[in-house]
Ligand binder design. Structure first.
Ligand code: DAV
Length: 374
């Protein structure tokens, strides 16, 4: 089979994609970066374990259905090889009692042009997650002589990577104080070493928008800036206490149009200015269908806007998100409803669950008028 790795943005016609698997996904063991207490679902603070089998089966059913739908549209779909995520893992610096899973390839793999970059990740439970994608990456490397296979430096993730007593202090703060911390970009990660998740990056040709977040620090963004030296890297933040991944907050849909979260407002005025100056329209997303997170899910109801664009006229949207579908329809898209809510607890929505391998199209400059210093 002919393999070509290349994708420059979030909207060019999709021809080859990775779709994750729910198999063996864990409510991960405690670790410094994660604060979780779910007694109502049988996972009180300190506990961990595999997500219930019936939930896993339902999630896999929806993932398989989504993969088949993409294949029927002529898109090649590859799937990761799950590890035994219940196993403890260790490095010379630490031991972690479980891993997480391989449902959201978007978190780990960043495709920019002919390159796929394995992100550092910043959770100990996700340190080895790249291994689930190695059989695919090895194969692409064999089959596509132009494929650039890269991995960011693995972080040490010692105690020095995380702020001491972060959660204790966080829980004592008022909403206003939490927001103030967000404005200061003050979350759990220190700046000792570069950390980033691939899902904090929104790709628009020459311009990459990277959200600084609970899993992506300034050093991580600096690393990306030096690594993708032919690109313009824009560091952005949004109004959200515990931001994690840009793809339920700010989503480019096609040249000239982006979807913005109606609550998590951009806190980087230069970003709005850049879009405006270059003739882009930013529309607020529709109201989500759900009013609370899915059971056992870290992800918010804003998975409503975690859409997968198949080409500039076609978009996949979670099937219960009626208002989001209607809005995208009004914006001129053919909307494909995809049942996916049962996947949420396994790490996200339609964008999270995929990673681009090949989209047609070339590297373009969608923001010729830049803002100095941004
Ligand atoms: O807003 O809950 C979802 C994206 C996960 N990859 C959120 C983040």
């Amino acid at each position: 089979m002919h393999t070509k790795v290349c994708s420059w943005n979030e909207w060019d016609p999709l021809r080859h994609v990775i779709v994750g698997r729910a198999d063996g996904t864990m409510v991960q063991a405690p670790e410094p970066a994660v604060d979780r207490d779910w007694p109502e679902y049988g996972f009180p603070r300190g506990s961990w374990g595999r997500l219930p089998k019936e939930m896993e089966d339902k999630a896999n059913e929806q993932l398989d259905h989504f993969a088949a739908l993409l294949e029927r549209r002529g898109i090649r779909v590859d799937r990761p090889t799950p590890l035994d995520f219940s196993r403890p893992v260790e490095t010379p610096d630490w031991r972690q009692e479980s891993m997480f899973g391989c449902m959201p390839p978007r978190d780990v793999l960043l495709t920019v042009g002919h390159e796929i970059l394995e992100a550092t990740m910043s959770y100990r439970s996700r340190w080895f997650e790249y291994l689930a994608y190695r059989p695919l990456l090895e194969r692409y490397f064999r089959e596509d002589p132009e494929f650039r296979w890269e991995a960011a430096p693995k972080p040490r993730l010692t105690e020095r990577t995380y702020k001491k007593d972060y959660w204790k202090i966080f829980h004592s703060l008022s909403e206003e104080e939490k927001l103030e911390r967000t404005r200061r970009r003050d979350w759990i990660l220190t700046e000792v070493e570069p950390c980033f998740d691939a899902a904090d990056v929104a790709r628009c040709g020459r311009d990459l928008f990277v959200q600084q977040s609970t899993v992506t620090n300034a050093a991580g963004i600096d690393w990306l800036r030096r690594h993708f030296s032919g690109h313009r890297i824009h560091s952005v933040i949004f109004q959200e206490d515990q931001p994690m991944h840009i793809d339920a907050t700010f989503v480019p849909l096609r040249p000239g149009l982006a979807l913005s979260n109606r609550v998590r407002k951009p806190l980087t005025p230069e970003m709005i200015e850049l879009f405006r100056k270059n003739g882009w329209e930013i529309v607020e997303c529709a109201k989500p269908a759900h009013d609370k997170k899915a059971k056992l899910s870290f992800c918010s109801v804003w998975l409503s806007m975690n859409v997968l664009v198949l080409d500039p006229k076609t978009v996949c949207v979670e099937a219960s998100e009626v208002e989001q579908m209607e809005q995208l329809d009004r914006l001129g898209f053919e909307v494909i409803p995809v049942p996916f809510w049962d996947v949420a607890a396994f790490g996200g929505g339609l964008h999270c669950a995929t990673a681009d391998v090949y989209r047609e199209g070339s590297l373009e400059d969608y923001f010729p008028r830049q803002i100095p210093g941004f």
